[in-house]
Design a protein around this ligand. Structure first.
Ligand code: SDX
Length: 428
């Protein structure tokens, strides 16, 4: 922990323009940007601000949900290491943990599952929204459309300052998101909807809703386990792009459905959640292990990115990627080895050895191997990010709820440095 536990830890700034000195208190190894405001070049100035494009070095909140140590490759939900949660818990209990701050007792776990089952119903006729949506529309666009449609049926969700209202709609979003995701898939493959099955786990029920032809469908326990762990691994990841979007939109007191639709939009980008789809397209484009050297040359020349590698926070191996690569082996045992795996393994070997990648801390991230598993399960690449969203909904909701209860938070409204022209006159 940083050594600012002493009461008077502070930064002393000297402004060469005025000769004045300022002391900024240091708390949690940060200084408050608002403390810069007292620094004026001239009387009457607005005061100094910090310039931080893409918020690369900006803390937007305090949080008790997820801890990441990017240098050491550590990820914890509410203090529990991700590998232990993946191995010893299940996604439904991890959702409870993210919401409530502690793992549930068996009674609490059963009660939570019952509440989820009761909320696992979609509004009558919501699928009519898809009547005009092409079957080959991008699944993330379809999911966002359905999320906004769901919100049309929840007028009571506007009371976002009321804790009970947030609890009801958080549960509603968590229970209904897999149903919306299944509807996206069934629309894409032009198959009728399969009703949720409360006798199954969260992951088992989801697999049945997407893959079943009829009620005789049997969930494969290996695939169920893999899906459950993948949902857990995608559960939350502190202030990533889509979670920050959930918080920014939520800060205007928008409903959680509108905020979730915005988070879905943010996640769809290939630099974020869309990377799992981009990885599969990259592996297919490379086509063979023999073609890797030519592709890597393009990456070195910045003509292509090595999708599924690199991370804004992890400057070491993403702990989730390690777990996913283990799950891949279990899935391939059941579903057959994915031919693209050889290309992926060779890409990783080169990236972990070569200075171009090592000097840029380019390690595999959560998206590198997940797509290989999803494809082996039977999903097409365009749908992979919807699977990411089903898991991440738990984190988006937990972070939104924490934001709404945080007295330090206000509507998000960054500033700018204006570098354009001034004082022009309209002719006339
Ligand atoms: C997720 O934030 C989260 O927590 C996200 C996430 C979550 O759970 O929510 O973990 C999920 O989004 C994982 C990331 C998935 N995205 C990809 O795999 C896309 C490929 N990765 C890159 O686009 C990139 O690594 C980012 C976007 C992930 C991070 O980029 P940064 O931190 O903005 O770093 P950068 O773009 O400034 O790159 C620094 C250097 C540059 O080289 P130079 O110009 O300095 O020479 O590294 C290079 C970049 O060109 N670089 C890459 C690269 N990533 C960075 N070069 C080739 N391939 C890459 N993938």
């Amino acid at each position: 922990m940083p050594n600012d536990t002493t009461q008077d830890a502070h930064l002393t700034l000297h402004d060469s323009r005025t000769g004045r000195e300022f002391e900024l208190p240091i708390v949690n190894d940060t200084v408050k940007a608002m403390d810069l405001r007292q620094i004026h070049a001239h009387l009457g100035d607005f005061g100094m601000m910090s310039y931080d494009p893409a918020f690369k070095n900006t803390v937007s909140c305090t949080s008790r949900i997820t801890f990441i140590d990017g240098g050491r490759g550590i990820l914890e939900y509410r203090g529990y290491p991700i590998d232990q949660l993946a191995e010893r818990s299940n996604f439904s209990d991890v959702c409870y943990l993210l919401f409530q701050g502690e793992l549930p007792t068996p009674r609490q776990s059963a009660a939570f599952k019952t509440q989820m089952t009761e909320a696992s119903v979609l509004p009558e006729g919501i699928e009519n929204v898809l009547a005009g949506v092409p079957r080959d529309a991008h699944p993330m666009a379809v999911l966002g459309t359905l999320m906004m449609a769901l919100g049309c049926h929840e007028p009571g969700a506007k009371d976002v300052r009321d804790g009970e209202c947030r609890r009801i709609h958080s549960l509603n979003l968590l229970a209904k998101t897999p149903l919306l995701a299944a509807m996206v898939w069934r629309h894409r493959i032009n198959k009728p909807l399969i009703a949720p099955d409360p006798s199954l786990s969260f992951a088992g029920n989801f697999l049945k809703m997407v893959f079943a032809e009829d009620e005789s469908y049997e969930v494969d326990p290996i695939l169920e386990r893999a899906m459950d762990v993948l949902f857990t691994l995608h559960g939350d990841h502190e202030q990533n792009c889509s979670t920050s979007t959930m918080r920014v939109v939520g800060s205007s007191e928008a409903t959680p459905y509108n905020s979730a639709a915005a988070a879905i939009a943010a996640l769809s980008g290939p630099l974020h959640g869309g990377a799992n789809e981009a990885v599969l397209r990259m592996l297919a484009e490379i086509g063979s292990v023999e073609a890797i050297p030519a592709f890597m040359e393009k990456v070195r020349n910045r003509e292509a990115k090595l999708m599924g590698f690199g991370h804004r926070v992890y400057k070491s191996y993403d702990p989730r990627a390690k777990i996913i690569s283990e799950i891949a082996k279990e899935v391939f045992e059941v579903r057959g080895r994915n031919a693209l795996l050889d290309i992926a393994v060779e890409l990783e070997r080169i990236a972990l050895e070569e200075d171009f990648f090592k000097s840029r801390n380019l390690y595999p991230n959560v998206d590198f191997y997940s797509g290989l598993i999803y494809q082996s399960m039977g999903f097409d690449p365009a749908y992979f990010t919807v699977l990411f969203a089903v898991g991440r909904m738990a984190g988006w909701i937990a972070q939104w709820d924490e934001l709404m209860a945080d007295s330090e938070q206000k509507i998000a409204r960054p500033r700018q440095v204006y570098v354009g022209e001034r004082g022009k006159t309209v002719p006339g």
